[in-house]
Design a protein around this ligand. Structure first.
Ligand code: NAD
Length: 358
């Protein structure tokens, strides 16, 4: 199969983890006999430096032409005080909107090999296997009106029925192939938009009689994620709530650097690790690339339907974790591996896994 993929390394460690993920993609193509048609574009702070805007038209066009896009991370400290529309992050928000990728899937799995890396007690995190489905192109991050003026700042959290319905169907369909439970997260005790969200989700629930639906307030959901994370299968959330809750996922998985994500719409897929550009470790070859590499596995499965390849890649990640050749954030016993070394180790493990399967 020909895999037409756009790489958007972005800023900070985004560049390093995307390089490692691209090497792994090449290993997948070589091992399984696929051809790669890779292109690269500008997004975020680097795009502002080179073109004046965080999402150049050319990048948008490249993304529309590609089968799938792999993004690293965006964000540079020098833009911290810039208005939201002129920050690197505006490029990512614009890209998500342009591709209409309305559902962001964030799997959170505690690998047995990483159980000591989580600051939570082993018996709490052991067996965690959940997926956060975050609405991605609506809610507080996009709502109008928004602005700063007359000594006040304001944003709007708003959802249409159609926006809630399509992401809810995505969550239920996923749950059908898992442990058949959806937990819808809202703040319906305070917010009208959440009451509406809960009403629409409840109307859709009966269409999936084999899936159990429960509702949970977002503050309780944050607490339950650290108290008893194994109770969750599919967690469905509004845009901002999902952004915040998925960082707790980093604690469950051992490091935020472990978490992959897939953003899906009707036709396009945008894949990115959950973490940001991590200015504190950027340029040091220290970043954990496994979130980006796990995003490649998600891409193989969701965009290209290459389930066997995705499983082999996830198995290769497991082998590298078991070998202890991991980056500093996972607190290895010996000398930490570099970003590049972890990417190479995954590529080697993949080739071996394939040989063993034959
Ligand atoms: P961050 O995720 O970049 O970093 C948080 C902490 O986690 C840091 O200590 C960092 O070193 C560590 N970390 C993150 N990824 C890691 C990895 N792969 N390996 C090892 N350690 C890792 O979040 P932040 O510091 O709040 O934000 C930094 C910048 O990134 C900001 O400009 C922010 O807006 C941006 N950001 C971008 C995205 C994105 O591109 N999707 C997401 C979140 C934040």
């Amino acid at each position: 199969m020909n895999l037409k993929i756009l790489l958007l390394p972005g800023d900070g460690i985004g560049v390093e983890v995307t390089n490692a993920a691209a090497d792994v993609l090449k290993a997948v193509a070589k091992t399984f006999g696929h051809t790669l048609d890779l292109s690269e574009g500008l997004l975020g702070g680097i795009a502002i430096h080179k073109t004046g805007v965080p999402l150049p038209e050319e990048t948008k066009n490249l993304a529309m032409q590609a089968d799938a896009t792999l993004m690293g991370a965006v964000g540079l400290p020098e833009f911290d005080t810039a208005p939201p529309s002129q920050r690197p992050e505006a490029g990512l928000l614009g890209l998500r909107k342009a591709l209409d990728v309305f559902a962001n899937l964030r799997p959170v799995v505690t690998y047995p090999e990483l159980i000591e890396s989580s600051p939570l007690k082993n018996h709490v995190v052991s067996g965690t296997d959940m997926i956060i489905v975050r609405e991605l192109t609506g809610g507080l991050y996009y709502g109008q009106p928004r602005g700063i003026g007359n000594n006040r700042g304001f944003n709007t959290m708003s959802y249409t029925r159609a926006e809630v319905e399509r992401v809810t169907h995505m969550a239920f369909k996923l749950a059908r192939n898992r442990r058949k439970k959806v937990t819808s997260v809202d703040k319906s005790n305070v917010l009208e938009v959440s009451q509406f969200w809960r009403q629409v989700v409840s109307e859709i629930g009966p269409q999936y009689p084999d899936v159990q639906l429960e509702h949970m307030l977002v503050d309780n959901a944050a607490m339950q994620m650290v108290l008893r994370p194994t109770q969750f299968d599919v967690m469905l959330t509004e845009n901002t709530f999902g952004d915040i809750l998925s960082d707790i996922g980093g604690i469950l998985a051992g490091s935020i650097g472990m978490l992959p994500s897939a953003s899906l719409g009707a036709t396009k897929g945008l894949y990115e690790p959950v973490h940001g550009s991590a200015p504190d470790i950027a340029g040091q070859n220290k970043a954990n690339p496994l979130g980006a590499i796990g995003s490649v596995a998600a891409m193989l499965e969701y965009t290209f339907g290459l389930v066997k390849e995705a499983q082999a890649l996830n198995a290769a990640i497991g082998k590298v974790l078991a070998s202890g050749r991991v980056t500093a954030d996972l607190r290895p016993k010996g000398t930490p591996a570099t970003t590049q070394e972890v990417g190479e180790a995954v590529g080697q493990a993949l080739a071996l896994t394939r040989v063993e399967a034959i």
